[in-house]
Write a protein that binds this ligand. Structure first.
Ligand SMILES: Nc1ncnc2c1ncn2[C@@H]1O[C@H](COP(=O)(O)OP(=O)(O)O)[C@@H](O)[C@H]1O
Ligand SMILES: [Mg+2]
Length: 394
C-alpha cells in the first residue's frame, strides 16, 4: 500500500494563543470595538499588537482542512499525519512515506515554506508541489517580481525598504499612489486600507508601522487601480491549466472600504455564517481579457518554477493590462464552500470537487517523480476522460 505523509501546520485553538485578541479586537484607547457594521476606518485603528495577535497564525490550517485533506488522500494510499513541528524530521525519517503531500506553511523565518520540502529532499522522499527554491522565492515578493520583470511579465514597479531613512530615496521614482506591504507575508497579513498611500507622509507613517511590527522589510509598489482576479493553476508543463478565473467584486465590501483584498475582507467581513459575496467565478470578462490573464498566469507559474498547483493574484493597471501581484505556490484549500477559498472555488466551477482537486495535485506530483499510487476508485479528470487535466493522472 502506498504510504502518503501529510505535512501540515495546524492553527492553535484560540485558547492556546499566548495573547488572544478579545472578540472583536481592541482599539488603541483600550475600548472593545467590533463590529461587523463598523466602518473600515475604525477597524484599521486596531493597535498593531492586536493586528499581529489576530493574524499570526493566519497561514496555518484549521483541523477541518487537515481532516478534509486526509479524507481526500485516503483512496490513494494510507495517510500518515506529519505535523511540521520540531519532531518532523525524525518522524518523517521513521515513517519514510512513498510521497509527502505538502501543505505546511512553516513557522520560522523567511525560508519557512521551504523547510518541509528541503527536509524531504534531504531524505530523498518525493513530495508534492513546488521545491524549496520556488517556495522561498515566492515568499520574497520583491525577488519574485524581479524574476517576473526579467521575463517581461508585467508587475507593478516597486522598491524594497528596510529602514525608514531610505524610503524617500528608494521610492523617489515611483508614482503615487503607492501601496506598501510586508515583504515576506501571505494571507493578507499586514494588509489594510491604510497600506494605500496617497502622499509621502502617509507612506512614511504606514511603512514605519509595518517595519516596526512585522520586523521585515517593506515592499512599496505603484498602486494598480484596475480590476482584480485570482487564478488557480493545476498541472505541469504544457498541460498546466488555469481553472476558471475568480474575479473580485469590491462593491461587496462594506461602504467606505477601498478595493483591496486585505485582512478584513478575507477574515473579518467574510464569515461562513455571513459570507461576503466578493467573488465571481468564472469572472464575467471578455474572452480577450480572459486569454491575456491566463497567459500572464501561466507565464508566471512557469518562470517561477511552480509545480502541481498554485494560485496567482492578477490585477489590471490603468491601461487595463493584467499585472502579476504575487504567486502563491501553497494555495489556501479550505474545504467548506462557505469559507470562500479561491482554489477550491475555481475547481468547483470547472466541475472538480474538493477530493478530486487534492487527488489531482497528488497525482501530478506522483507522476513527476515516478511514485505509484494505490489503484483507486477516486474520480479524477483522467477517469472522467477530460484531456485538459489528464496529464499526470494515473
Ligand atoms: N500594487 C498594488 N496595487 C493595488 N492593490 C494591491 C497592490 N498590492 C497589493 N494590493 C492589494 O492587497 C491585496 C493583498 O496583497 P498581496 O500581495 O496579494 O498579499 P497577500 O500575500 O497577503 O495575499 C491584493 O489582493 C490587492 O487587493
Ligand atoms: Mg494575495
Amino acid at each position: 500500500m502506498t504510504l502518503i505523509g501529510l505535512a501540515y501546520n495546524q492553527k492553535p485553538e484560540p485558547t492556546e494563543l499566548a495573547s488572544p485578541l478579545p472578540e472583536g479586537g481592541r482599539q488603541e484607547d483600550g475600548e472593545l470595538a467590533r463590529p461587523d457594521e463598523e466602518p473600515p476606518s475604525k477597524i484599521v485603528d486596531l493597535t498593531i499588537a492586536a493586528l499581529i495577535a489576530r493574524d499570526e497564525f493566519a497561514e496555518w490550517d484549521a483541523p477541518a482542512t487537515i481532516a478534509a485533506v486526509v479524507s481526500a488522500l485516503s483512496p490513494l494510499g494510507k495517510v500518515v499525519r506529519l505535523e511540521a513541528n520540531e519532531e518532523f524530521p525524525e518522524r518523517l525519517r521513521q515513517a519514510r512515506p512513498d510521497i509527502v503531500f505538502n501543505i505546511a506553511e512553516g513557522f520560522r523565518g523567511v525560508n519557512r515554506e521551504a523547510h518541509v520540502p528541503a527536509i524531504c529532499e534531504f531524505y530523498g522522499i518525493p513530495y508534492t508541489g513546488s521545491d524549496p527554491f520556488t517556495l522561498t522565492l515566492c515568499l520574497d515578493k520583491a525577488r519574485a517580481k524581479e524574476t517576473l520583470a526579467f521575463h517581461g511579465i508585467p508587475t507593478p514597479r516597486f522598491a524594497v525598504v528596510a529602514e525608514l531613512n531610505e524610503i524617500e530615496s528608494r521610492t523617489a521614482d515611483l508614482k503615487l499612489p503607492l501601496f506598501v506591504k510586508p515583504l515576506h507575508e501571505g494571507s493578507s497579513k499586514g494588509i489594510t486600507d491604510r497600506n494605500l498611500c496617497w502622499d509621502r507622509s502617509q507612506l512614511l507613517a504606514q511603512a514605519k508601522l509595518l517595519l516596526e511590527h512585522y520586523r521585515q522589510p517593506g515592499l512599496v509598489e505603484e498602486y494598480l487601480p484596475g480590476e482584480e482576479f485570482t487564478c488557480a493553476v493545476l498541472g505541469n508543463g504544457d498541460e498546466a491549466t488555469v481553472l476558471p478565473i475568480v474575479g473580485m467584486i469590491f462593491e461587496a465590501l462594506p461602504t467606505g472600504a477601498l478595493p483591496i483584498y486585505g485582512f478584513d475582507a478575507k477574515f473579518v467581513w467574510d464569515r461562513p455564517e455571513n459570507p461576503l459575496d466578493i467573488f465571481q467565478c468564472p469572472a464575467r470578462i471578455t474572452s480577450e481579457l480572459r486569454a491575456s490573464i491566463e497567459r500572464v498566469t501561466l507565464d508566471a507559474f512557469r518562470v517561477l518554477g511552480c509545480r502541481d498547483w498554485a494560485r496567482i493574484d492578477v490585477r489590471l493597471d490603468a491601461a487595463g493590462t493584467p499585472n502579476v501581484l504575487e504567486v502563491n505556490p501553497l494555495p489556501g484549500i479550505l474545504p467548506d464552500p462557505a469559507d470562500n477559498s479561491c482554489m477550491p472555488k475555481a475547481a468547483r466551477a470547472a466541475g472538480i470537487g474538493y477530493e478530486e482537486l487534492i487527488q489531482s495535485c497528488l497525482k501530478f506530483g506522483a507522476a513527476r517523480q515516478g511514485v505509484i499510487l494505490d489503484h483507486t476508485r477516486a474520480r479524477t479528470r483522467a477517469a472522467a476522460n477530460e484531456p485538459a487535466l489528464a496529464s499526470g493522472l494515473t
